[in-house]
Design a protein around this ligand. Structure first.
Ligand SMILES: [Zn+2]
Length: 283
């Protein structure tokens, strides 16, 4: 059974990256934390962080790689892998249609970019998940791309950095998406045996099967401030255990306090922090 296929040609973005963001409707945005009205250009120039209260807005995969890799240059791998819809799944609309819509909107074949570049002069393999693509969900393609990135990192003894933001496994691919967790974990296990560093960055939100697999398996697990990180959602947990959950439950700060994370790092300090950590690991 084939769960993904290689397109003859990579899916081209309908608009060049430079023009893509300019078309965004409206010029203003409101910070959901402090209520400040922000000019979108200012927000963009500030890496989507509110200048007043430092609330971290979502960052797409393109900008995440620009944030982490030198001179905004990188080589992307496996851009043509796309899902074959193995279950021929339909919910409110057919999965095939959902995929085609997301591919057209984002110019991406699936919910992750896997790249190779330099991070403050250190060669790295860097993956960035795309929340806009079906909630950043992990199906066969995301699983395969992350696995290949881990295998490349191992073969070339080059550190791996994965920035996650995901709603979890992709339900439209059922068990096929769930088995990616095991596949990726096995690849990361081999990476660990080869003593190649893997740094996981958890952005808002990182939940479900992604948290339950590679997002929490870094040699360092670093979150962005205020990120929602969890497995099941708070409402489901409350209904199951019939208890009210504590304030700030599943936020990065709560997880750090309870030993689930190694650090919370401001987006603008993330690159320097990772560079420092890699020097420590590779010394
Ligand atoms: Zn704010």
């Amino acid at each position: 059974m084939v769960w993904f296929r290689r397109e003859k040609k990579a899916i081209e973005s309908p608009v060049p990256p430079d023009e893509r963001r300019v078309r965004t409707e409206g010029m203003w945005s409101k910070c959901q934390d402090c209520g400040q009205i922000l000019w979108k250009k200012d927000l963009e120039a500030n890496w989507e962080v509110c200048p007043k209260c430092q609330h971290h807005f979502p960052l797409d995969s393109q900008r995440r790689l620009e944030l982490l890799l030198d001179d905004a240059r990188w080589t992307e791998h496996d851009t043509a892998l796309s899902s074959t819809d193995p279950l021929v799944f339909t919910d409110t609309k057919p999965y095939k249609k959902r995929l085609a819509d997301a591919q057209k909107k984002l110019g991406l074949a699936d919910a992750i970019r896997t790249a190779e570049g330099s991070l403050h002069g250190r060669r790295v393999f860097c993956c960035a998940m795309e929340f806009g693509f079906i909630g950043g969900s992990m199906g066969a393609v995301v699983g395969e791309k992350v696995t290949r990135a881990a295998e490349r990192a191992r073969e070339q003894k080059t550190p791996l950095v994965i920035a996650s933001c995901s709603g979890g496994a992709r339900m439209m691919e059922g068990a096929v998406s769930l088995m990616q967790m095991g596949k990726i974990c096995a690849a990361l296990g081999r990476l660990d045996e080869a003593r190649v560093p893997y740094i996981s960055v958890l952005a808002d939100p990182t939940t479900g099967g992604v948290t339950a697999s590679y997002a929490m398996l870094g040699d360092l697990n670093i979150a962005e401030p205020g990120a929602l990180i969890g497995f099941a959602g708070p409402r489901v947990i409350e209904q199951t255990i019939r208890q009210k959950l504590p304030e700030g439950f599943q936020r990065a700060e709560f997880l750090l306090e309870h030993g689930m994370l190694d650090a919370i790092v401001h987006r603008k300090e993330l690159k320097a922090y990772i560079a420092n950590a890699l020097d420590f690991f590779l010394a």
